[in-house]
Design a protein around this ligand. Structure first.
Ligand code: ADP
Ligand code: 5GP
Length: 188
């Protein structure tokens, strides 16, 4: 059974960017846990690579069948969840698993695997900067962007429940700090 590295953060804080960098470090032996979601793919996103894209009906069926380790309706009508089969798939490959999940999902995974997991909260320097990053990323309608900012304010209140907080102001520094923490957790 491999170790679990959980990344949670408000949308736009830079989780995906940081995860992309640390997955490249061969000695960490990390593989990305592909989540299920009911949101629509963004341009360039592929089913079975970025997410397993499901309809709400398909997602609810999997809830009924108890197929999730955790799931959350992160935004109204938009469900996200970690499939048990996904963790099994990556463990069968001998990998440590990295999760990109919302704050509630992150705390749920942590509580199910308290000893073999490390929970990391990626914090933006400020809400204003978060808004700038989301705006610049260009993936959200103005309405969705506001929903994400509102959710971010709530998520920030839970940051101190995580094992580690990484402030993502200067990206290079945040990546270095994350690598340092992971060397300690995965390689000792
Ligand atoms: P998340 O996965 O947390 O939603 P992303 O990794 O997609 O966030 O990052 C949101 C946007 O902010 C992206 O366009 C990314 O290139 C940019 N970004 C990430 N880290 C920084 C940083 N330290 N400074 C400025 N922009 C950043
Ligand atoms: P996005 O739509 O930007 O890809 O993700 C929106 C939010 O959903 C992010 O906070 C992301 O971490 C979270 N998320 C992605 N996958 C999962 C999951 O499997 N479970 C939970 N609880 N949240 C997830």
């Amino acid at each position: 059974m491999g170790k679990l590295v959980i990344f949670s953060a408000p949308s736009g804080a830079g989780k995906t960017t940081i995860i992309h960098e640390i997955i490249k470090v061969k000695e960490f032996n990390l593989a990305f846990s592909i989540s299920a979601t009911t949101r629509k793919p963004r341009p360039g996103e592929k089913d079975g690579v970025d997410y397993y894209f499901l309809t709400v009906e398909e997602f609810k069926k999997k809830i009924e069948n108890n197929e999730f380790v955790e799931w959350v309706e992160v935004y109204p009508g938009q469900y996200y969840g970690t499939l048990k089969s996904e963790i099994q798939r990556l463990w069968a490959m001998g990998k440590n698993v990295v999760f990109d999940v919302d704050v509630i999902g992150g705390l749920r995974i942590k509580s199910q695997y308290p000893d073999s997991s490390l929970s990391i909260f990626v914090k933006p320097p400020s809400i204003e900067e978060l808004r700038r990053r989301l705006d610049k990323r260009g993936t959200e309608t103005p309405e969705n962007l506001e929903k994400r900012i509102e959710r971010a304010k709530f998520e920030l209140t839970l940051s101190d429940k995580f094992d580690v907080i990484i402030v993502n102001d200067d990206l290079q520094k945040a990546v270095e700090e994350t690598k340092r923490v992971l060397r300690e957790f995965l390689l000792n």
